[in-house]
Design a protein around this ligand. Structure first.
Ligand code: GSH
Length: 203
């Protein structure tokens, strides 16, 4: 298996989950602006949608969309306990968090990562991100450790990465102490440190 990634991007969530699973895999950095991979492959042929993450399966197929990659990895490795069984309410809760992270929180950061965004647009985006973060802060109001309770799941990996973008965008986590505590807890995991180190985000 090979994960095509960009340092610190949403692909870091898939990278963390691959580390949690603990089987062998390769990674390859992508310059999405040039649509070129580290080894010189034309990335637009790998993912015509132009973005990471992409998981290259052992039979050569490519799987795109972060939430699909995360769910596939969890389903293929049930022993790792990274997602509740399909058909259960807990599984639906997992999907609730994954979808909200993807379609609401992740997308809310869009204007910060788009060239020529005006100050006003960034201000609106900041408020929009804040509303999504308020929701997650309320999820942690019962002092749960992770989004689903006591157990780390694929949703935590994705939310950890998306909420980390509050730092480079200058939003910070001061307004959301429970998310800040969650973030520190997840950052302490060996899988997270290994993945971040491999992406050049930690020494
Ligand atoms: N819907 C896609 C969105 C993926 C996405 O937004 N990827 C970003 C990084 S987080 C990317 O590669 N953007 C292209 C770029 O930065 O040039 C998914 O959830 O996987």
């Amino acid at each position: 298996m090979k994960l095509y990634y960009k340092s610190g991007a949403c692909s870091l969530a898939s990278h963390i989950i691959l580390k949690e699973i603990g089987k062998d895999f390769e990674i390859e950095n992508v310059d999405t602006a040039k649509q070129l991979t580290e080894s010189g492959e034309d990335f637009s042929k790998i993912n015509p949608k132009g973005y990471v993450p992409v998981l290259r399966l052992d039979d050569g197929q490519f799987l795109t969309e972060g939430t699909a990659v995360l769910q596939y990895l969890a389903d293929q490795n049930p022993g790792a306990g990274l997602a509740p069984a399909s058909g259960t309410l807990e599984h639906a809760r997992l999907q609730e968090h994954l979808n909200f992270t993807s379609s609401e929180l992740h997308k809310a950061f869009g204007p910060f990562f788009t060239p020529n965004t005006s100050h006003k647009e960034k201000q609106n985006a900041k408020e929009n991100v804040g509303r999504k973060m308020d929701h997650f802060e309320s999820v942690f109001s019962d002092e749960r450790k992770y989004l689903l309770g006591d157990k780390f799941s694929i949703a935590d990996a994705y939310f950890f990465v998306a909420s980390s973008w509050t730092v480079p965008t200058g939003i910070g986590l001061d307004k959301w102490p429970k998310i800040a505590a969650f973030s520190r807890r997840v950052a302490d995991r060996e899988s997270v440190q290994d993945a971040m180190r491999a992406e050049g985000l930690l020494n």
